[in-house]
Design a binder for this molecule. Sequence first.
Ligand SMILES: C[S@@+](CC[C@H](N)C(=O)[O-])C[C@H]1O[C@@H](n2cnc3c(N)ncnc32)[C@H](O)[C@@H]1O
Length: 223
Amino acid sequence: MPYNPRDKWFLKAKEENFAARSVYKLEDIDRRYKILKPGMKVLDLGAAPGSWSQYASRVLGEKGRIVGVDLKPVEVDLPNAVFLTADVRAVDMGALMLEAGISPPFDVVMSDMAPMTTGIRLQDQERSFELCMFALAAADRFLKSGGTFIAKLFNSQETDVFRAELRKRYKRVEMVKPPATRSDSRERFFVALGFTGGAKAPKVAKAPPAEPAAPAADAPPPA
Ligand SMILES: C[S@@+](CC[C@H](N)C(=O)[O-])C[C@H]1O[C@@H](n2cnc3c(N)ncnc32)[C@H](O)[C@@H]1O
């Protein structure tokens, strides 16, 4: 967390012992949509340095579980969280979870992943979109039916594409810019509620109408 003595969110995070000011973005989203509840299971993608997991940990309580994944190690120590160091684009998260003894599904999949910014706007936007698509695939795979997906995206031409993908899978899709987001930032948060399984839902074939059973070869002829 870079030191900025004039940033009120930075100071607040420091005072409240959170690892990053980003925590107030999740807090705002959670206040608006009432997503996190005691005992839930949460997958936190792009978890480092750990403030979203810290916030979730407090709300979920001792019966809750958090699995955090990041390229960088997460240093915060939380009794109800396990952190895995991995690149979500390159790792089989299912296998990784199995190895760590964690069993999906999750009530919430949340992604605050952001690429290392280059300053080349188009490139940064494309990378952010790519990370969102990986997060979406993880949610397709690991989210409970009815669950919630949160994802940060750098606003771009791809925003509508991403929204359309979300609408195929969730009952309600909202886009928010929490107050803790810097005013000049292009980041937006999608909140997708009510996972329906969408594109990935297994199709249950309708049973064909029952055929009259063929008479057995040795059955007596009909009267
Ligand atoms: C804004 S920070 C997340 C802050 C975090 N939510 C918190 O509250 O402490 C974005 C994170 O995304 C991670 N990230 C970026 N690309 C990733 C990838 N391919 N796989 C896993 N994590 C990634 C970065 O390492 C970085 O820690």
